[in-house]
Design a protein around this ligand. Structure first.
Ligand code: SF4
Length: 279
């Protein structure tokens, strides 16, 4: 399928799996809008058809109907409830299990990737592998400013001095702009990720973004995730094999020790535990 990029105000369309293998960049050096590597922009496809109130009712009904249903039933419900252009899958590219699961019922679904400019090479290569192998449409969502522009505005390494602001600029606001186009989004949130996520429902109303949030892997363990990936030959970020059980931007991610919470390696040493997109 194809690969697209959401920059402020639009999507960039790039050749898909058949034409664009491995465009890895070092952390902090990924292609940004306006850079020579950034593709030309195109208009997003329209998708959101129902009102906020209608979507709220759908979320409540879905949560009541599904309870803690198996993953396949959750995705089936979503496929019956939403037309394809109206639903997206969020992926950090730690692995492609969620895009694979959803694309079995919704082939060609948009997979939203927050291309912050600070990703590991391995993460960008995983994204490109997903674009090449899965029946999905990768949407690269980029911030208003490149890393260099942000450095010029706020000073270098904002993530060290104010990670909350850095995440807001590079993840939270770009995602808000993007989700405004959709009626529902799938996330890979799992209850075993952390204490904060231990009560994650399979379907919920996302008040902040004003759409239905679907978490079909909520009950999955890390072992089940890896077994699924192996069984279906799903792309997995190679950093997982060296202890990065939760993968975000390179400056804010470290591997975790045995027995540590999978997300303990994110913003280690700081009180921050979430980038803000799931709060
Ligand atoms: S995870 Fe770190 S580098 Fe990435 S947006 Fe947040 S603060 Fe910035």
């Amino acid at each position: 399928m194809s690969t697209l990029t959401v920059a402020p105000g639009g999507l960039d369309v790039r050749p898909g799996p058949d034409a664009r293998p491995g465009s890895a960049a070092r952390p902090g050096s990924a292609a940004q809008p306006g850079s020579p590597a950034a593709p030309a922009q195109a208009e997003p496809r329209g998708a959101r058809l129902r009102s906020r109130d209608e979507l709220h009712e759908i979320a409540l009904a879905g949560a009541a109907e599904l309870g803690d249903a198996p993953t396949e039933e959750i995705v089936d419900w979503a496929a019956r409830t939403f037309a394809l252009p109206a639903v997206a899958v969020a992926s950090s590219m730690a692995n492609a299990v969620l895009p694979h699961v959803v694309s079995q019922r919704l082939p060609g679904v948009d997979v939203v990737f927050l291309d912050t400019g600070y990703h590991f090479d391995e993460t960008l290569r995983t994204r490109d592998e997903v674009a090449a192998k899965l029946n999905v449409r990768i949407v690269d969502v980029r911030p208003e400013q490149s890393v260099a522009e942000q450095d010029a505005t706020f000073g270098a390494e904002l993530y060290r001095r104010d990670p909350g602001l850095c995440c807001r600029l590079r993840k939270v606001l770009p995602l808000e702009r993007t989700l405004a186009r959709y009626e529902a989004w799938f996330t890979g949130l799992r209850r075993s990720d952390s204490t904060r996520r231990s009560t994650t429902p399979v379907v919920q109303w996302d008040e902040r973004h004003g759409l239905v949030k679907i978490n079909p892997l909520a009950a999955w363990s890390t072992d089940r995730l890896m077994e699924y990936a192996a069984e279906h030959a799903v792309p997995v970020n190679p950093l997982l094999a060296v202890g990065y059980l939760s993968i975000g931007c390179a400056p804010c991610t470290r591997p975790v020790a045995d027995g540590e919470d999978p997300r303990a390696g994110r913003w280690a040493g700081l009180a921050k535990t979430e980038c803000g997109i799931h709060l």
